[in-house]
Design a protein around this ligand. Structure first.
Ligand code: DX5
Ligand code: ZN
Length: 217
């Protein structure tokens, strides 16, 4: 099995020192920088947009894993690509034209991801399964960092893994991932885990990222 990828979510970082925080998680051995974009409409919170992504791009060479919690998504995809996104994930529940969004993302030369909320069935992925590079299973309701992992999502991760089968699609899990539940999540089929509060609420990022890797084994 390939090594677990860890994607710290900068939603829980110190925004006043964002460049420094990005350099710190890079040096601590993360695989991706997970970037949560919120619009106050699809989710009940606001975060940041392409200008902030562009500003932190110079601070790391690691892939930018951009999780769009915005509705619509289509009008902004080119801007996120230009700002430095490597993976762009849209929610199946957000834009009316999910398939078109995925086509546009790939057309921009980026990896296309689709995300499903805890209340969305796995079947929502079926029509687009051959049009995605990554599936992001939300294990909390999107909008905020620091929420509790929703246990019913473990069976869903397993079902998504089965749906993926042999396709070269990465399975990422986002929300409430901690050293004490990461093994269960990885055993269910996750290739990549997002960790926001688990990483940034601690003081030693190296230790936390290592603790996640060790716990997953
Ligand atoms: C929630 C975001 C998550 C969140 C994860 O809407 O998509 O990426 O920041 O934070 P933790 O790991 O604290 O649940
Ligand atoms: Zn996220």
């Amino acid at each position: 099995m390939a090594a677990l990828k860890i994607a710290p979510s900068i939603l829980s970082a110190d925004f006043a020192r964002l460049g420094e925080e990005v350099r710190a998680i890079d040096a601590a051995g993360c695989d991706y920088i997970h970037i949560d974009v919120m619009d106050g409409h699809f989710v009940p919170n606001l975060s940041f947009g392409p200008v902030v992504i562009k500003a932190i791009r110079a601070h790391t060479k690691k892939p930018f894993d951009v999780h769009l919690m915005i509705d619509p998504a289509a009008p902004y995809l080119a801007e996120f690509a230009a700002a430095g996104a490597d993976i762009i994930t849209v929610h199946s529940e957000a834009d009316k034209h999910l398939h078109r969004c995925l086509q546009v993302i790939r057309g921009l030369g980026k990896k296309a991801g689709v995300s499903i909320n805890p209340g969305t069935p796995v079947s929502a992925l079926e029509p687009v399964i051959d049009d995605v590079d990554l599936i992001l299973v939300m294990s909390v309701n999107p909008g905020f960092g620091g929420q509790q992992y929703i246990p019913s999502q473990t069976d869903k991760i397993r079902a998504v893994k089965a749906l993926i089968g042999k396709r070269p699609i990465e399975l990422e899990v986002d929300g409430g991932v901690k050293p004490d539940n990461v093994k269960m999540i990885v055993d269910a089929g996750a290739d990549t885990v997002v960790a926001g509060s688990a990483v940034f609420n601690g003081t030693d990022y190296v230790k936390t990222i290592q603790a996640l890797r060790t716990a997953a084994q």
